[in-house]
Design a protein around this ligand. Sequence first.
Ligand SMILES: Cc1cc2nc3c(=O)[nH]c(=O)nc-3n(C[C@H](O)[C@H](O)[C@H](O)COP(=O)(O)OP(=O)(O)OC[C@H]3O[C@@H](n4cnc5c(N)ncnc54)[C@H](O)[C@@H]3O)c2cc1C
Length: 232
Amino acid sequence: MASCCTEKTMAVFNNFVRGEKLHKVLDVIEITPQLFVIRFMRDGLDFIPGQHVSVSIPGTGIQREYSIYSSVNDDYLEILFRVVPSGVLTPRLSDLRKGESIIVDGPHGYFKLPEEPLKHKYLFIATGSGIAPFHSFIKSYPDLDYKLLHGIRFPFERCNPEDYNQDRLIYCLSRGIDDNYSGRVTDYLSENDVDPDTLVYFCGSSQMIMDAWQILIAKGIKPEQMKQEIYF
Ligand SMILES: Cc1cc2nc3c(=O)[nH]c(=O)nc-3n(C[C@H](O)[C@H](O)[C@H](O)COP(=O)(O)OP(=O)(O)OC[C@H]3O[C@@H](n4cnc5c(N)ncnc54)[C@H](O)[C@@H]3O)c2cc1C
């Protein structure tokens, strides 16, 4: 018993030395059976919208990166994640319950808006849980001039649509059919013009980002106008 307590104390101490901290889980919100938001104590963690944190569950030794989903104005932190059924961490993350703790390290990353965010026009392109940093941008800066393309398979995979200006949000449905655009984000980009002054941000799979990048280059958008966060 005593050695078990010592091991736990040492593990917490080692996390502390590495700059990682335990954060208490406040809520686990199921958006779909595969898509979850974990809300946890902020504990003074300062970040710039678009940055990510490394997250681990105590005792597992497994660490993965997650974009911060919440706004800089919230007194808690949130991440949004898709459960990868064959994945090592995400099935365990979805089993977390209120009151348990996660290990958080960060923030990290340079996927940020320019210094004067309200002086630009943006095109945000996301697939699946890649909407996370854009949610943080938009909730942190409600007056942002943006258009958000969100690629999902079915309409029920929308994540907190109420948090966006509906005139600025376009869902691209790759499988289900409703009033939204039917097709992938890359189809939408091929079929529609993009304002040459737009700053373009991509987040999601490397395949989508490579394909969308090439479409936009062909439309005259310069590489220096584009930024990407690759999840896998
Ligand atoms: C900077 C950064 C930020 C990230 N932010 C987020 C985020 O906000 N939300 C989020 O859900 N993920 C995010 N990821 C991906 C995340 O870090 C993990 O890779 C993912 O959650 C899978 O972890 P796992 O341990 O369950 O699966 P693993 O065991 O690590 O991977 C299993 C397989 O799943 C693939 N895979 C990884 N992610 C996905 C996915 N989303 N959809 C389908 N297949 C996938 C991997 O390529 C691998 O082949 C981010 C990655 C990076 C690098």
